[in-house]
Ligand binder design. Sequence first.
Ligand code: AP5
Length: 215
Amino acid sequence: MKLILLGPPGSGKGTQSRLLCEKLGLPQISTGDILREARQRRTALGKKTEGYITQGQLVPDALMLALMEERLNQKDCQAGYILDGFPRTVAQAKEFDDRLEHRGETLNAVINFLVPHEELVKRLTGRRQCKGCGAGYHLEYAPPQRRGVCDRCGGVLFQRDDDKAETIEKRLAIYQDQTSPLTGVYERAGLLKNIIGVGGSELIFRKILHEIGLS
Ligand code: AP5
């Protein structure tokens, strides 16, 4: 199965793609995670892209397409994958579509999360992540037992640079401008499944399974 999770920053793509990957035994391909890891490891890709990420801007298409070509060619993608954060521009979607067609492959669905603006801001400002194991938390919705400490590994929790209030509004505006046109593209292709992304994560997960015919 090949799925794209689409939606603005904070709409729950990462949360739901982890649940889907666990259920379906497929790799989660989060371009944001790949870029943050490259930055942390100070690789050439990390150095080239960190400015874009911290300022809330999109990384140029050519870089993203090269990165994804390499990732999708890996063996674990043969049976399918869940894309979280890619494609994010019409140019990326076009290139990805050409790649599928060239290989005689098809996309099963594009899950599009609908979440009100104020809720997105609340989710992003409250999000925290563990420096050690990467576990995700939210100060209000999924708080750790001890403030600033990971329940799972005892690591330190931190806030992503791009989750600062001033950068969040910029990311949301860029989403509207550059990524939201993809909903029209995938709707015309008959692939778009709109999901109201408000409510408990388990409820949203069940809605997705229903939309993709797994419940
Ligand atoms: P990326 O990491 O992809 O960030 P994003 O799209 O902005 O999405 P987020 O990770 O912020 O949110 P999410 O939708 O995954 O929500 P989450 O599940 O975490 O990209 C980062 C940057 O990398 C980009 O800005 C860009 O610079 C670059 N980049 C990446 N891909 C690119 C591409 N293709 N092209 C160009 N540049 C690219 O949830 C958020 C919070 O809400 C969490 O705290 C969570 O616990 C909570 N939450 C989740 N679900 C619920 C719920 N149902 N109820 C209550 N709380 C919830």
